[in-house]
Design a protein around this ligand. Sequence first.
Ligand SMILES: Nc1nc2c(ncn2[C@@H]2O[C@H](COP(=O)(O)OP(=O)(O)OP(=O)(O)O)[C@@H](O)[C@H]2O)c(=O)[nH]1
Ligand SMILES: [Mg+2]
Length: 417
Amino acid sequence: MDPAVTIETTEKQCVVTTETLRKDLAEVKTALERKTFEAVSAEAKEQSNLLNNITLEIAITGRAGAGKSSFVNALRGMKDHEKGAALTGVTETTMVPQEYTHPAFPKVKIWDLPRIGTNNFSAKEYLKKVNFSKYDLFIIIASERFSIHETNLALEIRKNKKKFYYVRSKVDIDIEYYRRSKRISVWDTHEMLQAEKKTLDVIRKDSSDNLKALGESSPRVFLISNWDFGRYDFPLLQETFEKEQDEIKRDVLIMSLPILTKDSIKKKKAAMESLIWKKAMVSCAVELIPLPFLALGCDIAIVAVTMRDICKVFGLDEDSLNILANRVGKPVEKLKSVIEHTPSTSNITTEFVMDILKRSAMWGTIRVVELVLDFVPVLGCLYGGGSSFATTFYLLKNFLENAVKDAEKVLAKAAEH
Ligand SMILES: Nc1nc2c(ncn2[C@@H]2O[C@H](COP(=O)(O)OP(=O)(O)OP(=O)(O)O)[C@@H](O)[C@H]2O)c(=O)[nH]1
Ligand SMILES: [Mg+2]
């Protein structure tokens, strides 16, 4: 029989079996098999604070009225006209890139760039003016056919070895136009789905042919609606730019994009799992606070900060909940009512973590440590012979599992009619 150890990290229990532990620690084990303990510790230290250290700058560009500012808002999970949102439907031209920081992670920035294709437009000059080298990726957005301005810009971006993605916005308008022209009732689900598929197929082929005619050999175009961001090709676009970023930036991207589907929660969970073993290594390597009642130490402040980051990543902090409530037009209290396990971020203090640790003093920690060391013996080099690592790891892991459950419930509540 697989030995199961129950540890009580909060009111909820976390059951650790040999099998779950092997899954939980697979990544750290592989890292330690491939590199020295010192190299893995150093990397863990560098990467453990990626949400506060790594910058991610996304540039949105396109012609007048293409939907640039609306895309900026949708990426930030915001509604147009919300306080702090990018202004949409404006007629005045700005020649300066507008910076919008992510509501929860200030190192993630989305840039609303000036319009392209205005008088005497030169892609080279434009990129110089907007200081192109600082962006990690460009979104080139058009609400109609792509023109020579978009392809010239893409060519120039490619020359400068940066990534770009063609996005065709406002597909909801095309679908609605088709529906009306064919007199399809909105209540006829089957016909509606057909109408949607037909319209998207036509736009896809048309955009692709149009870009080929302009010299793009194998164009990729993502069809989206800024008004229904989780639908159409946005999930595919998200997946594509995640795949094409380096590992670190990819994790920042996954952690910071808004939760639109259950799949985004799954991806965020995987990214956070990869982060918490690094946090656990760091937490027992620096500024140790000895905890006599547990005969071990771990950096309580790191644990508290990580718990707050988990809340932000899963949209469970106050600001994210307010933004979501606004987006879906529901009182924030309604969304909060389904959160069962995750405390409000303002309550996640070092005292809060201490309290959990104190209450957990009688856990089966020793058995867990034995299991951990059995699987990854080298963790015994860490402070406390691995016990600090196991404590921090399972404390955070349990918090993460609960946050995932709460995020799923909030998503379901937000989608309720
Ligand atoms: N139906 C629909 N309308 C959209 C969509 N995206 C943007 N719009 C609307 O299109 C208009 C222009 O959108 P903006 O986001 O302001 O476009 P922009 O590219 O920032 O425009 P400028 O900054 O003026 O060049 C606004 O009225 C938006 O509400 C979309 O996907 N679907
Ligand atoms: Mg704009």
